[in-house]
Write a protein that binds this ligand. Structure first.
Ligand code: ATP
Ligand code: MG
Length: 752
């Protein structure tokens, strides 16, 4: 169990202590309409985690009330994900469809109580009658039907005597309720479609709001944990269970914040689009944020569990940095996997003064990994090195092989370049080098100073492999559409060379290819004849590096000169940097990657300290420092900037108190860079204050809806994709100033 108790666990403990429940029963209730993603992993960890912490039980329940979208392969993927993460749902997987008869009986009961009625207005009228946020709705005349009429009609609905949409069953609650969800919500609708489990048995299907609470009740669930967007549905949940007067104990709903990760889309609808449009190879494409994708890529379950634990459980929605997930997998593999030598872009090297061959015994693991094992690396006069590791015209601070500078072959000898052979286009095709016989790693008496060690493979014994280098699927931090995809998210290298032991000894499936990153033998395409490896993650966060400048810094060069063992591992921090890093992660609660970037860069850390002295908002300030400020500091010194740390803290404050959205904050920042004006002045001059007031936003929504009757029609016909279109139009109409969460909510309501 995590050390600090989250709010859900506090509730559970309270309920057990007060005797409200004898045993905790939770459930994980996915709709089987897509593969589970990392957000589901969070929910799985919460539901199964809480059950196991308190010796309870968690049910795996397929919420299969929406027959057109569900498929058996999704059920299998869900089971697989839960199992892979190490959780146990016990004997049975539950299905909401198993309760269709019981749920139907409860509906009949409500009708008999006069608490539900068959409504027969068309969709348009129903919408009109629902009212608006500011106006009460109106009950349809059909609400006056007698209990007998209702019972008869409902039975006929069930028996398939009506067409889709002809009638619905509604709860009789309150058409004037402030919570619009309570305005006589739908309980059942007619759908003549085949269901993946019940076939053609049913012509009517219960709505989520009716089926979910009852399924929870039927299973004896105590804590029904869901994400925040269901907050308003909680009133219906309670109404149904209370109105039916069900025997206690009954379940209660509790909401937590759903997981969002930057550079990632998480909605199953969008993931399905990627699959259907062929943007990825399938649900398990290693770039997908699905459990199947992470699994195929080579993520370990420990890294995912650790990530879910680190992000915690909160009541407010927030965005997690994808670098944090990448950090978790790197962190896990660092202490586990063997290190091996591979060359992805081979350059031939002939060692002119070496004859014959030998094998070099090299340990698989560095000293700080508590594992043993070594392999023989064949060595001969013909080897390959990484093309990148030789440079004829080296920039300052280049530590690898040059015509003047020797380099060590990892685990082997030091070599010096004697001749550079080029083809007619001037491309280097081969190096002739000499080795130093007395420089062998471990028994070096040569006295030659080198600044780094590089990976290599022996030409004769090296094995050809396909290496799939994966990068983030989206280039945009907040991806919205397919246009935000990262065009270089996959590079396939067909002719990489790997040392033979990887294939012959198979000491593991995951490896650190020294200096390249962590790699995984593709579980589907790998064969010994044609090895295929997936890149799991790089050794460092290259994305962070793009924004926060970091050359081969002084400390790094010192370190490299002193100790070649830095090959392939993260360069250690100085004591000062380490102290900052510790403070950032423990005291200021920054994530490790952000802390890493700021702590290692003196300009950033001092700017950060200055801003923090003005405003106590460590995370908000850090986020802008690692991105926007870092970009500016890349070319300039702090005293050359047009803006000050104080102004940045003022900007963060405006985001914190919701005066502006974080999207607008970037725009304001750009302006600060140019003009040096205070952010509040810029916001005022440009009228950028965030709009959250429904009375201002609703008329804009009404206008957008009115202007797009075709899309309204399509949306109502089931094209849910258009919700985003409407939200986008409204945001656009306000110049990006409207609070997106508020718009989302209001648009969804308006289109109902
Ligand atoms: P999506 O919007 O991706 O389709 P969903 O909420 O419709 O997701 P379900 O299959 O209905 O997906 O969800 C199953 C469970 O997983 C629910 O309890 C839901 O709250 C939870 N869940 C889904 N997405 C997330 C997320 N991003 N973070 C945390 N929990 C999530
Ligand atoms: Mg759903």
């Amino acid at each position: 169990m995590s050390e600090s108790k989250d709010f859900l666990r506090s509730i559970v403990e309270e309920d057990l202590k007060s005797g409200k429940y004898k045993e905790v029963i939770t459930r994980f209730p996915p709709e089987p309409n897509g593969f589970p993603h990392i957000g589901h992993a969070k929910s799985i960890c919460i539901n199964f985690g809480i059950a196991s912490d308190y010796n309870g039980h968690c049910n795996l329940r397929m919420d299969d009330t929406n027959p057109t979208k569900e498929e058996t392969k999704y059920v299998e993927a869900l089971k697989d994900a839960v199992q892979w993460l190490g959780f146990d749902w016990g004997k049975n997987v539950y299905y909401t469809s198993d309760y269709f008869q019981k749920i139907y009986n409860y509906a009949v009961e409500l009708i008999k109580m006069g608490k539900a009625y068959v409504d027969s207005v068309d969709e348009e009228q129903m919408r009109e009658y629902r009212g608006t946020v500011t106006e009460a709705g109106k009950r349809s005349e059909y609400a006056n039907r007698t209990v007998e009429e209702n019972l008869e009609l409902f039975e006929k609905m069930k028996n398939g005597e009506f067409k889709d949409g002809e009638h619905v069953l509604r709860a009789k609650i309150d058409m004037g309720a402030a919570n619009m969800k309570l305005r006589d919500p739908l309980l059942y609708r007619i759908r003549h479609v085949n269901h993946h489990r019940t076939g053609d048995e049913w012509s009517i299907y219960p709505m989520y709001d009716f089926a979910h609470c009852l399924s929870d009740y039927i299973e004896g669930v105590t804590h029904s944990i869901c994400t925040l967007e269901f907050e308003n549905n909680r009133d219906i949940y309670n109404w149904v269970l209370d109105t039916l007067g069900l025997e206690l104990p009954r379940p209660y709903q509790h909401e937590f914040a759903r997981l969002g990760i930057n550079y990632t889309v998480m909605s199953k609808r969008k993931l399905l689009e990627l699959v259907e449009e062929g943007k990825v190879s399938g649900w398990d494409d290693p770039r997908m944020p699905t459990i199947a994708g992470y699994k195929r890529r080579g993520y370990t379950k420990e890294s995912i569990l650790n990530f879910c634990d680190q992000i915690g459980i909160a009541k407010a929605n927030s965005m997690v940095d994808v670098a944090q997930l990448e950090f978790c997998i790197r962190d896990d593999l660092n202490t586990k996997v063997p290190r091996v030598l591979t060359v992805l872009d081979p350059l031939k090297v002939t060692i002119v003064n070496y004859e014959g061959s030998e094998v070099i015994d090299a340990p698989y693991y560095p000293h700080d990994v508590p594992k043993e094992g070594s392999r023989d690396i064949p060595f001969s006069n013909e080897i390959y090195i990484e093309r990148d590791d030789f440079n004829e015209n080296p920039p300052k601070g280049y530590f690898r092989l040059t015509p003047e500078q020797p380099v060590r072959l990892r685990h082997g000898f030091i070599i010096s370049c004697k001749e550079v052979i080029k083809d007619e286009t001037g491309k280097v095709v081969e190096l002739k080098v000499e080795y130093h016989a007395d420089s062998k790693s471990g028994s070096d008496t040569s006295g030659i100073k080198v600044k780094s060690a590089i990976q290599w493979v022996s030409a004769k014994e090296a094995i050809k492999a396909e290496v799939r280098v994966y990068d983030r699927l989206y280039a945009n931090e907040a991806p919205e559409s397919l246009e935000d995809l990262n065009s270089s998210s996959l590079t396939v290298i067909k002719d990489a060379l790997i040392e033979p032991a990887i294939v012959t000894e198979k000491i593991d499936e995951r490896f650190q290819f020294e200096r390249q990153g962590y790699f995984y033998a593709d579980p589907i395409d790998y064969t010994d004849e044609k090895p295929v490896f997936n890149k799991i993650v790089g050794l460092k966060d290259s994305w962070g590096k793009k924004t926060a400048p970091k050359q081969e810094s002084k400390t790094e060069s010192k370190k490299q000169a002193k100790n070649e063992q830095v090959v392939g591992t993260e360069v250690a921090m100085s004591d000062e940097q380490q102290a900052l890093f510790d403070k950032y992660t423990s005291e200021l609660k920054l994530n490790a990657e952000v802390s890493n970037i700021i702590a290692r860069d003196e300009k950033l850390s001092s700017f950060y300290a200055d801003a923090l002295a003005e405003l106590n908002s460590p995370v908000g300030i850090a986020n802008i420092v690692v991105t926007e400020v870092a970009r500016e500091l890349k070319e300039k010194e702090a005293n050359e900037l047009n803006f000050t740390a104080k102004q940045v803290s003022q900007l963060v404050k405006m985001v914190d108190d919701k005066t502006i959205s974080s999207k607008i904050a970037k725009q304001v920042f750009e302006e600060m860079v140019k003009s040096g004006d205070n952010p509040d002045k810029i916001v005022e001059a440009k009228g950028l204050v965030q709009i959250s007031d429904p009375s201002v936003i609703s008329p804009i929504i009404a206008e957008v809806i009115e202007k797009n009757p075709d899309n309204v029609e399509k949306f109502k016909a089931g094209n849910n994709k258009l919700l985003g279109f409407f939200v986008g139009q409204v945001l656009k109409a306000t110049g990006g100033k409207a609070n997106p969460q508020v718009v989302n909510k209001l648009v969804a309501q308006a289109l109902k």
